[in-house]
Ligand binder design. Structure first.
Ligand code: GLV
Ligand code: MN
Ligand code: MN
Ligand code: MN
Length: 411
């Protein structure tokens, strides 16, 4: 058994919530921004103060290492992410990263020597909202390479990915550079559920069995800009009319007919964006999710055909591209059992569940057995500044992480 310091963990969560903190009590700490760099620097400084070593790789994934008795053994990896949504909560990502760091400090406080090294990770750009796709850091770590096309990416705010990545790495000059990807024994991640099931069941620990699939599309409809006052219906080639008509049909069709499907338009824009000009471009992002990959294909086809039909009706052209395609995953049963055992040893009730949100654990699971541990959040609300987690659940999640880490470091 290992005791974590709940008060220290809560204080840390507050300190990190101040980095990019918003007036409504949330955080805006989007990937590879100055706020993200400040959070990474704070974590690195806390690590150096405890005598741990700090590393980063060419994707700016940040690693904090506590030595093991046998340094030749692949380390146990624990962590999550520090980047946030533009109007994000203070727990999404930070909870898992700081819980992992708390485990490292608690091991140190108790003078517990572990057979394997234990490494904490803060993955780069889990959210994917500033630069798509999501989980860039863990995806590249698992693949052992950074896809060449990422270098050309531009952020939603116009910043270049390559420059922001370089500046982020250079903001921690004392951290040693590692090549991308290294052997690990297993990976554990604590995260808020971001949904209502645990809270509804009065259960403090979710053992995640798998993650549903996600697909992101970029839709661009092109028509012709023209005068708002003089252009009659027969002369209009209005891409926004095509987009809004198609979307209202898709909203009526996709989720009402399939309770497992998720369909979200999170970003929409028109050009030239003038009050008295018909736009010549209407663009939107599409986020679709489903546990069944075949249904994701069907949904993508229905979306493309619905939009194309309306665009043709308005004499517009359409371009649709994918920016993220993440098939569903299933986590290893034996690691789920380790988490269940860890919860039971801490006297906590747990339940199995599927994750509706994607997480870095999905990509790490491709190279080593991984497990995802959920804790409840208030009203299931997340990707919202009002996101809240009760201190008892923060502590429970960290205790289970600590206990499961202990069970795995000597196997
Ligand atoms: C990541 O935060 C997601 O959208 O699931
Ligand atoms: Mn997250
Ligand atoms: Mn998130
Ligand atoms: Mn996520």
């Amino acid at each position: 058994m290992i005791e974590i310091d709940g008060r220290r963990l809560n204080a840390r969560l507050q300190a990190f919530a101040a980095i990019g903190g918003t007036r409504k009590g949330g955080v805006n700490r989007q990937a590879l921004t100055e706020e993200d760099r400040r959070a990474r620097r704070l974590l690195a400084e806390l690590a150096w103060a405890r005598g741990f070593s700090v590393f980063q790789d060419p994707m700016a994934n940040l690693f904090i290492r506590r030595a093991g008795q046998d340094e030749t053994l692949p380390p146990m990896l624990i962590g999550s992410h520090l980047d946030s949504q533009p109007a994000g909560g203070r727990f999404d990502g930070a909870l898992g990263t700081l819980s992992a760091f708390e485990v490292l400090e608690s091991l140190e406080d108790a003078g517990i020597e572990t057979e394997r090294p234990v490494v904490v990770v803060a993955w780069t750009n889990e959210e994917g909202c500033r630069f798509a796709p999501g989980c860039m850091g863990s995806m590249a770590f698992a693949a052992g390479e950074i896809p060449a096309e990422w270098q050309q990416k531009l952020a939603t705010d116009g910043a270049a990915f390559a420059g922001e990545l370089k500046a982020t790495i250079e903001s921690l000059p004392r951290a040693q550079m590692l090549p991308l990807g290294f052997p690990i024994h297993a990976y554990l991640e604590v995260h808020i559920e971001q949904g209502p099931s645990l809270e509804a069941g009065g259960i403090s620990i979710g053992v995640v069995t798998g993650i549903q699939g996600t697909r992101w599309l970029n839709v661009e409809i092109t028509g012709q800009t023209a005068h708002a006052g003089t252009t009659g219906l027969a002369y209009r080639r209005d891409p926004l009319r095509a987009l809004t008509t198609a979307l209202s049909g898709l909203y009526e069709m996709i989720m009402p007919s399939d309770p497992d499907a998720r369909f979200t338009i999170g970003r929409i824009s028109v050009e030239p964006g003038s009050v008295n000009a018909i736009p010549d471009k209407a663009c939107c992002t599409v986020d679709i999710r489903h546990p069944d990959p075949a249904r994701l294909d069907e949904l993508e086809r229905s979306i493309a055909s619905g939009i194309t039909t309306e665009a043709e009706r308005q004499r517009c052209t359409v371009a649709i591209s994918r920016s993220f395609d993440m098939p569903p995953c299933t986590f290893a049963a034996d690691l789920q059992q380790v988490v269940e055992r860890a919860a039971a040893e801490r006297g906590l009730e747990s339940m199995n569940m599927l994750s509706g949100a994607f997480h870095d654990a999905l990509f790490v699971n491709r190279v080593a057995p991984s497990a995802l541990i959920f804790v409840p959040c208030l009203d299931g609300l997340s990707h919202n500044e009002a996101e809240h987690v009760e201190p008892e659940h923060i502590i429970a999640g960290c205790q289970v992480l600590a206990q499961a880490t202990l069970l795995l470091v000597s196997t």
